[in-house]
Design a protein around this ligand. Structure first.
Ligand code: ATP
Length: 345
């Protein structure tokens, strides 16, 4: 099922949690909602689910207006970070819950429910654990039960709110890979909230980046990383050096270096050029002359800090593995491999 979100607005008092959000989620894709705390990710997910009533805008499921539909009628499956399982029920009953509460003609016969539960136990790789209680499971196993419970009702869309947020790093990484495989097998349209950029970039087909209740950019992980649409995205997905820039004559002056004028330029007077540390490179014929301030190695990565003389700005440079050794105080010439130009903030 595809989901179209049109101009959604949701306020809490004076505060706009969603400020005119429009987004197209394609059928069968795994889309991550990525943004800092308070940017509106959960509110957007809840509005898709029908748990939150927006004051403005519409949500369309397969072209049909779902804005007025109840949570049940939307048939969304949820998993939340702290969506506690029912402690007094074993894993099987937890998974069956959504099917057992159905009434009348909707209700499946017992044998069908039991068969569906066994099928789901196998799908989330918990065969043989159906008789356990939640306290007898690890955190990762509990979240897989929560996922099986969400899938039991054969949802049209799966909505996940930081489902692995409370787990430790290794378990989180394993579950991420597992979720990706599960998604590829079920082909279910899935929306996934996270504030962890690595998680979003690794897991999602596309990423929507939220900031202050607005969408800054939607694109594949490669698009948002390689071509950030705004200074916010540059800083939030990865890191960036900010260099002062201005139009001078028929060129662009960037931290004292003269570049040709780009084909398109923001209309503002004061500009800034953004360059990622890994897009800075040492180059004897480079644009900027500087001095190495410090060199820091962390695992496989070596980062160098340098001061550019002309503009007196400090930059971070990620050195390639085969780079020569640098020492503080040494002169260095630098160039940018890739950059973005934005109005100065
Ligand atoms: P986090 O990563 O911290 O969960 P988020 O991006 O999911 O953040 P939301 O939970 O959507 O952000 O909240 C967006 C903003 O709306 C926050 O500033 C939050 O305090 C506010 N907000 C959310 N729900 C309510 C509520 N029920 N009443 C008042 N304010 C709310």
């Amino acid at each position: 099922m595809d989901i179209r979100i049109r101009q959604l607005g949701k306020r809490f008092g004076d505060f706009a949690a969603l400020d005119g959000v429009s987004l197209d989620i394609r059928s069968g894709e795994l889309l991550a909602l990525l943004g800092p705390s308070g940017s509106g990710k959960t509110t957007l997910l809840r509005a898709i689910a029908g748990l939150e009533q927006p004051e403005q805008g519409r949500v369309l499921f397969d072209g049909e207006d779902a804005t007025g539909l109840s949570v049940q009628a939307r048939r969304a499956g949820f998993v939340f970070q702290h969506y506690a399982l029912f402690k007094h029920m074993d894993v099987r009953r937890n998974i069956a819950f959504g099917l057992e509460v159905r009434r009348g003609g909707e209700r499946w016969p017992k044998a069908r429910i039991a068969a569906r539960v066994e099928e789901l136990l196998a799908l989330v790789q918990l065969d043989g654990l159906g008789g356990r209680y939640p306290t007898q499971l690890s955190g990762g196993q509990r979240q897989r039960v929560a996922l099986a419970r969400a899938l039991a009702i054969e949802p049209r869309v799966l909505l996940l709110d930081e489902p692995f947020g409370a787990l430790d790093a290794q378990v989180r990484r394993d579950l991420r890979r597992w979720l990706r495989e599960l998604h590829d097998r079920t082909g279910l349209t899935t929306v996934f909230v996270t504030h962890d950029q690595e998680e979003a970039l690794e897991l999602a087909d596309r990423v929507a980046i939220l900031n202050r209740g607005r969408i800054e950019q939607v694109g594949t992980p490669a698009e948002v990383y390689d071509r950030p649409a705004s200074p916010f995205v540059y800083g939030f997905v990865g890191e960036a050096n900010r260099l002062p820039a201005r139009v001078r004559g028929d060129g662009l002056e960037v931290a004292g270096a003269q570049w040709p004028l780009p084909a398109t330029l923001p209309a503002a007077g004061e500009l800034e050029v953004y360059v990622r540390p890994e897009d800075m490179r040492a180059d004897a014929a480079g644009d900027w002359a500087g001095t190495v301030l410090s060199v820091q190695r962390s695992g496989a990565r070596t980062r160098l800090r340098a001061r550019l003389h002309e503009a007196a700005v400090d930059v971070e440079v990620e050195l390639p593995p085969d780079a020569p050794a640098y020492a503080a105080g040494q002169p260095i010439a630098l160039a940018a491999r890739r950059h973005g130009v934005f109005p100065a903030t």
